[in-house]
Design a protein around this ligand. Sequence first.
Ligand code: SF4
Ligand code: SF4
Length: 425
Amino acid sequence: MFTGPFIRINGNPLLLINVVERRFSILGQIFWPQDTVIFAVAMLVFLTAIIIFTTAFGRLWCGWTCPQTVMMEMVFRKIEYFIEGDAHEQRTLDAAPWTRKKIAKKLIKHAVFFGLSFIIGNTLLSYLIGSADLFRIITDNPLNHLVGLTFMVLFTLLFYAIFARFREQACTFICPYGRLQSTMLDENTLVVAYDFKRGEKRGPLRRAQAAGERHAAGFGDCINCRQCVAVCPTGIDIRNGTQMECVNCAACIDACDAVMDKIGRPRGLIRYASLNRIQSGGPHRFTARMTVYLAVLAALVAIFLILVFTRSDVETILLRAPGSLFQKTADGKIENLYLLKMINKTAQDIAVELKLEDIPGALRVMGAGNLVVPAAQLAHTSVLIELDSATLRGANTKLKIGVYSKSSGRLLGTINTVFVGPRLQ
Ligand code: SF4
Ligand code: SF4
């Protein structure tokens, strides 16, 4: 996450989502607003993959991959534990009067949290505007970058508020994926689950009570120690069943396994399992619903790959100049004026050449002799096409124009347009 903005592929960022300038780079491929179809299909692939993944594996994303959980559990909470001690010690510290030691601990913790939030906020900003622009904001005169600096402060405060105060409430109250997951889970989904068949009836373990004795008395393996509840970052009791607040972090699995080790019972009273698997004891099944979702995903991925690999390096838009019809030259030829817009989607300048493909005539690009489209930029110019009136096929003649790379002679794309001339007698 932190190195992503500095990784370049073919000179382009690994990931850039510059909404303001409408420039996007994914895996080093530059996408423009004209690539909306590819972007839309990519979003569909992403959403379908999430649905399939959630249907099969529950909220595995939330517990193990989501940056919010990873940063919270692996960075911020570890720092908090290091400075203030475990959950019990933290509660004691919070209830204690404000001594020098308590003030020092709180100050150090919040200073570290704020510094980390600043780094995270800047990382997010560099994914939005690019690392070079971020560096410019940091090193240039601040008065020239008031908007950028404002966002830098806002992102820092936002992440500080999330990691210092809001925490898992972001997963339960804000994250739309967390809210939607209940519609994607079914009884075959792999989730963090309490094996109620093995655990119930729960009850405290009496000293020197053997497992056989305990079971004969109608008790299961759960000794109601509530360790699974104590370690849960969202404060739920997984023994009440799958709940929206569960982020699949598996902390309760570890806590319960440790308890099972101590009382000499097999691990896995809380484990990754589906409801059907717990009820029937059978293997995890691949359901018809997941098969259909997978087929849809495969089709979308195929469409996406076709769109990406057939995408031209240069996108060309040729429109007739507004308000112009045609002009007759002194030697009886007919001229039409067009406006040309070219977008270079690569990280290298491209010199291009336009040629009339299936009709004799002259095509002149106005202005500079060589038409060069700068890397990852737009080029505007005008084009004049001149045809012999004998070659016209009526008032409107269809034209096909080839766009070629000047250096390699490779065809980059073709444009279809219309040439307007006088009505034929
Ligand atoms: S940690 Fe295990 S034994 Fe203890 S209450 Fe939770 S499920 Fe029961
Ligand atoms: S119930 Fe278990 S897996 Fe779910 S959030 Fe709580 S500790 Fe994590």
